[in-house]
Design a protein around this ligand. Structure first.
Ligand SMILES: *Cc1c(COP(=O)(O)O)cnc(C)c1O
Length: 429
């Protein structure tokens, strides 16, 4: 597989380099030089294939022979070992539940596949890797679950003290083994700044640092799999519109990859909360990054979506091309709450704020009513039980996998600044 950097088309690497060193020095994003189309008979016959088989066929088409078939099958079997079911709310309206993985958010798809891929690449070389990751909530939990007990890889998670939910914190701190959690007296931006400084620090070079950042191409590839699974379950009799709860727009970029490989998705909708950088671009043709604002769909609180160059290039590079088969909308918290309530009242289905934003977008008048319409469910409602309970006036059940965390021992170290982080790294063993 050959990939180029969006900031320098002459910077060409293979998948191994793009996975282990996700951030090119030119600060671009890696994209495949070629996105191969799948055979039309395979696409027509999706229903004959299991989800794991689909994962293997799609990744194999993208990755080519850089990972041998026998290994790629193993990676897919280990990483994609939970379902992505479509639920019908009424004729023409569906949701796809992407939250049946260990951390109960769709980020498990990306994190698990990336963990297996990294592990494959470093085991061939007998190397050890230390992964640094800053998280505002969901990413850290998925990365920890994905890498727990993966050989020769250690993970250090930095999170802002008191700024992740109590359950999210337990998803970071109760692993032990090769997963270390550090709470930083500061904000998410402080955590991210420490990670970035760490990568540039010559003293830390000896630890073979790597990143599990959301821009890693190995996190994006597996996110295309569930779009195929959605089309498989819903059938291809009607055109399909998929609404994607969007923040850093990695998810919708993966949907764009699936479509470019020949999957019949007619329209993709980027559904955003009040952080409306992408919808504003869609309406005006001008991309203007902003400071993020806090909302009840906080995993989408992004003012400068890091995957924007990918989303743009995958959709034809120009504003006019992008507008062809895409839509983008932004909604306030009040609109999100009303939508969440409506999903419950009309369909007796408990959703959560991120998915509710996407549901709302399917009601826009520019959406073709004759299509089969799907909104992606990116997280289990229990992950956001405080908001969901309040809006729906009920008490949702917390899944056992989250409840057991309350009885587990929790490990974390508290650090205040970069110097104390350096000291921590020196004394780790
Ligand atoms: C991360 C996340 C999103 C946003 O996905 P992007 O790929 O960043 O657009 C949406 N919903 C939930 C629950 C998330 O955790």
């Amino acid at each position: 597989m050959k990939l180029y950097s969006t900031n320098n088309v002459n910077n060409i690497v293979d998948l191994k380099e793009a996975t282990l060193n996700a951030l090119p020095e030119d600060k671009g994003l890696y994209l495949p030089i070629e996105i191969n189309k799948l055979e039309p008979t395979f696409i027509k016959n999706l229903h004959k294939h299991s989800f794991t088989e689909i994962a293997y066929r799609v990744s194999s088409k993208l990755i080519g022979n850089e990972i041998p078939d026998s290994e790629l099958i193993k990676i897919c079997e280990t990483a994609i070992n939970f379902p992505a079911p479509i639920r019908k709310l009424k004729d023409g309206l569906y949701t796809q539940e992407l939250y049946h993985g260990p951390s109960l958010a769709f980020k498990d798809f990306g994190a698990r596949f990336m963990a297996e891929t990294m592990s494959y690449f470093i085991q061939k070389e007998n190397k050890k890797l230390t992964i640094l990751v800053a998280t505002s909530g969901d990413t850290g939990g998925a990365v920890a679950a994905g890498f727990h007990k993966v050989k020769n890889i250690e993970v250090i998670i930095l999170f802002p003290k008191g700024k992740v939910s109590p359950l999210q914190e337990l998803q970071l701190t109760t692993w032990g083994d090769n997963i270390e959690a550090i709470e930083v007296n500061g904000t998410f931006d402080d955590c991210q700044a420490m990670v970035k400084k760490g990568f540039l620090d010559p003293e830390l070079n000896q630890y073979n640092l790597s990143s599990a950042n959301s821009i890693n191409i190995s996190r994006l590839i597996p996110q295309s799999f569930y779009y195929f699974e959605a089309v498989k379950q819903i059938g291809q009799e009607k055109d399909i519109t998929i609404a994607v709860p969007s923040g850093n727009i990695g998810n919708i970029s993966a949907g764009s990859i699936a479509r470019n490989m020949g999957l019949p998705i007619h329209t993709l909708i980027a559904a955003h909360n009040a952080n409306n950088t992408v919808p504003q671009y869609y309406n005006s043709g001008t991309y203007q990054a902003k400071k993020s604002v806090s909302t009840i769909s906080n995993a989408m609180d992004v003012g400068n979506p890091s995957n924007f160059p990918r989303y743009s290039i995958l959709n034809g590079s120009t504003w006019n091309n992008l507008k062809n088969n895409n839509l983008a909308f932004s909604y306030s918290d009040q609109e999100t709450k009303t939508a969440l309530k409506e999903i419950y009242d009309r369909f007796n289905y408990i959703s959560e704020p991120h998915a509710a934003v996407a549901y709302k977008s399917l009601k826009e008048k520019t959406v073709d009513k004759s299509h089969n319409k799907i909104f992606l469910g990116t997280a289990h409602p229990a992950k956001f039980h405080e908001v969901v309970n309040e809006i729906l006036e009920l008490e949702i059940e917390i899944p056992e996998s989250l409840n057991v965390l309350k009885n587990k021992e929790s490990y974390k170290t508290t650090l205040k600044d970069y110097d104390s982080f350096l000291e921590y790294m020196r004394n780790r063993r």
